[in-house]
Design a protein around this ligand. Structure first.
Ligand code: IPM
Ligand code: MN
Length: 403
């Protein structure tokens, strides 16, 4: 690619250098052409517990990209969850929501703190996240769970079972029991109810995301429901089956959620894309942490709405917060998803994923993955290692020894 640029360069009068990188050259080319660098507006919501620690590592890796590309990640931090309750008395302040809605993407660390457990539901930190998800409009939550050979022994499952497992959960995120009405306690507090409700439209739109994802993977969707008991699941199954006809190249099978919970543990490599409703997806994606070896490895992206949202799956982990020992790889892998899905940088996303894999292969890990023979490092050291590896890969890909 660099060689191919040489005639262009001489045409516009840029002197070829003995060692220059393509991004540098592109910068020169763009300077001559007067084009603006890509400005990517990212709202960062560090949130609670380990959220700020892991978000910091992910964001600085994104910013490292700007040394190579004519791009800028303009990051603005805003409070959410417990941090926002402390600062503003509400888990999703208006200024936070406004900043998110004006962004190209939102990156969230985690929400939740035990000191707010006593609050009524709408005032809890988690209510801020749920309100944010609704406002941003992303209905498809993508949660990949991949077994890395280097840490396969950290799984409570035998290596032979988890090896090769690579599952993508597509979790419906804006409907079902989390949101549907009626809900609440009766006056005496003696009974309570939630409603599981889905419309055909809600099912269709998330099903399409699952089929599209399967097309770029191994071409298989497993739709998970409880159609032997629940009407919502019967509607789910019927609708997914109909949408599947638009994707003849993708194989569809159906599975009850209880059976899926078992198969995920006994035979995880049988799955490619798992499509399911909100609560089932919440539970099954945490279970999938057992495949990867640690909940700290799981990344997520929420797409389909006005602004995409990226967050690690692990939550705030208050017991280890502030100690610089949390695993930032779920957050960093979420940043890789951001590069692929929101920033239009699929190659750099793949590079970042490779960097994570290689750092693990070199024997580094965080406390959650520590085993004899492994080298346990802190949150920030893990961030450094991945950043260094990532930058090295970009450097090699973009530098050339010309003329
Ligand atoms: C998750 C979390 C959230 C959810 C909580 C914090 C509201 O568990 O993202 O999986 O239930 O969706
Ligand atoms: Mn969860």
């Amino acid at each position: 690619m660099a060689q191919a640029l040489l005639p262009v360069l001489s045409e516009i009068g840029v002197q070829a250098q003995t060692k220059a990188s393509v991004p540098h050259i592109l910068k020169l080319v763009k300077e001559r052409a007067g084009t603006e660098p890509m400005r990517f507006k990212l709202t960062v919501l560090p949130g609670d517990g380990v959220g700020p620690e892991v978000a910091r590592e992910a964001v600085r890796i994104l910013q490292a990209l700007c040394h190579f590309f004519d791009c800028e990640f303009v990051c603005e931090e805003k409070p959410v969850g417990g941090a926002a309750i402390r600062a503003h008395g509400t888990p999703l302040p208006e200024s936070t929501l406004a900043a998110c809605l004006e962004s190209d993407a939102v990156f969230l660390g985690a929400v939740g703190a035990p000191e707010f457990d006593h609050l009524p539901r709408p005032q809890k930190p988690e209510a801020g996240l749920l309100a944010l998800r609704t406002a941003l409009g992303g209905f498809a939550n993508l949660r990949p769970a991949v077994s890395f050979p280097a840490i396969a022994d950290c799984s409570p499952l035998q290596r032979s079972r988890v090896e090769g497992a690579d599952v993508l959960f597509v979790r419906e995120l804006l409907g079902g029991l989390y949101f549907a009405e009626p809900r609440g306690f009766d006056e005496e507090g003696e009974s309570a109810c939630n409603t599981m409700r889905y419309s055909v439209r809600e099912i269709e739109r998330v099903a399409r995301v699952a089929f599209e994802q399967a097309r770029s993977r191994r071409g298989k969707v497993t739709s998970v429901d409880k159609a032997n008991v629940l009407e919502t699941s019967q509607l789910w199954r019927r609708t997914v089956t109909r949408v599947a006809r638009e994707y003849p190249d993708v194989t569809l099978d159906h599975m009850y959620v209880d059976a899926c919970a078992m198969h995920l543990i006994t035979h995880p490599s049988r799955f490619d894309v798992v499509l399911t409703e909100n609560l089932f997806g919440d539970i099954l994606s945490d279970e999938a942490a057992a495949i990867t070896g640690s909940l700290g490895m799981l990344a997520s992206a929420t797409i389909g709405g006005a602004v995409d949202l990226y967050e690690p799956v692990h939550g705030s982990a208050p017991d280890i917060a502030g100690q610089n020992i949390a695993n930032p790889l779920g957050a960093i892998a979420s940043a890789a998803m951001l590069l692929r899905l929101s920033a239009g940088m699929p190659h750099e996303a793949a590079d970042l994923e490779t960097a994570i894999r290689q750092v693990l292969e070199e024997g580094y890990c965080t406390a959650d993955l520590a085993r004899p023979g492994k080298h346990a490092v802190s949150t920030s050291e893990m961030g450094d290692l991945v950043e260094h590896k990532f930058v090295g890969m970009l450097d090699r890909r973009f530098s050339y020894h010309g003329v």
